[in-house]
Design a protein around this ligand. Structure first.
Ligand code: F6P
Length: 321
């Protein structure tokens, strides 16, 4: 392999830059030229290629976002669009492609690989940690640390005012991020889309918290389970004696300096992805299982669903006594 392309797609995640740096430097170390493709699959369609050098990726290991930019490009669902993307790669004489992104990007990676037999390796990066085949995605740890910082601050004011706070966190249809945040922030209640909830049981739980002498309460709500604003309105009606407030953490969870774990994962995943291409192993995603760095067939990644560890809900309950 002489030339490879690298692309970041879908929602950005802290650590994408550290992964780009790792891919570029591993490739150059192995005498492979690297072309950055700007703006995700859209840039692949629009031929936004640029040669990257070791110096192009200097000083980015500590930066959030992605220097290659990213876009949501729903047109990639059309086969004709993918054909043009494939032709653009061929025209540029790119022999392998490393795609950094979440579960949607893995689907794109799989299509390029399965339809055109193009050598593709995927690196999972998403704050949602909802990609099958890996315990962790790049960016997840940083997003949790951002939420810890925000929720610790909210707890201060919740305690002073003796208020119930609903904090809506990201995660799309997955409760992974909310569960993990709930555990480490000491939330009293966590609501995730994977487990149906009813308002009456939430009301009961809040009343029970009060009986235990807890005047304030933190509820972490995964965005896939509902809107904090709606839940706050309902709870205010059901519990008129309580002061209910809400905060939507939103996009701050996607930005910021990558943490130690995020940078390490990004660097190791980037290195492993190039290694797979060098060994002519295509159609895989790199991942981590326990301590081990693994390669997962993309067909599994796109056809199986990662489930959150719902046992964590019991721990959260026990911790709230
Ligand atoms: O997948 C990452 C994520 O931040 C989700 O948690 C969220 O639902 C979504 O992206 C937001 O998408 P957009 O950037 O298109 O608004």
């Amino acid at each position: 392999m002489k030339k490879l392309g690298i692309i970041t797609t879908g929602g950005d995640a802290p650590g994408m830059n550290a992964a780009i740096r790792s891919v570029v430097r591993t490739a150059i170390y192995n005498n492979i030229e690297v072309f950055g493709i700007y703006e995700g699959f859209k840039g692949l369609f629009d031929k936004k290629f640029e040669k990257l050098t070791s110096r192009s990726v200097s000083g980015i290991i500590n930066q959030g976002g992605t220097i290659l930019k990213t876009k949501r490009f729903y047109e990639f669902k059309n086969k004709e669009v993918r054909e043009i993307c494939y032709k653009n790669l061929k025209q540029k004489k790119i022999e392998g492609l490393i795609i950094i992104g979440g579960d949607g990007s893995a689907k794109g990676a799989y299509l390029l690989y399965s339809e055109f037999n193009f050598p593709v390796v995927h690196i999972p990066a998403s704050i949602d940690n909802d990609v099958y085949g890996t315990d962790y995605t790049i960016g997840f740890d940083t997003a949790i640390n951002t939420a810890i910082d925000a929720i610790d601050k909210i707890r201060d004011t919740a305690t002073s005012h003796e208020r119930t706070f609903i904090i809506e966190v990201m995660g799309r249809e997955s409760g992974n991020l909310a569960l993990e945040i709930g555990i480490v922030c000491g939330a009293e209640i966590v609501i995730i889309p994977e487990i149906e909830f009813n308002i009456e049981s939430i009301v009961k739980e809040i009343k029970e918290e009060e009986k235990k002498g807890k005047k304030s309460c933190i509820i972490v709500l995964a965005e896939g389970a509902g809107k904090a604003e709606d839940l706050a309105k309902i709870l205010s009606k059901k519990l008129p004696e309580r002061e209910i407030r809400y905060t939507v953490l939103g996009y701050i969870q996607r930005g910021g300096k990558p943490t130690y774990l995020t940078r390490k994962l990004a660097t190791i995943f980037g290195n492993k992805a190039v290694e797979l291409l060098l060994k002519n192993k295509y159609g895989y995603m790199v991942g981590i299982k326990g301590e081990e760095i693994v390669e997962v067939p993309l067909i599994d990644v796109v056809s199986k669903k990662k489930k959150p560890n719902i046992n964590y809900l019991n721990i959260i309950k026990e911790m709230a006594i």
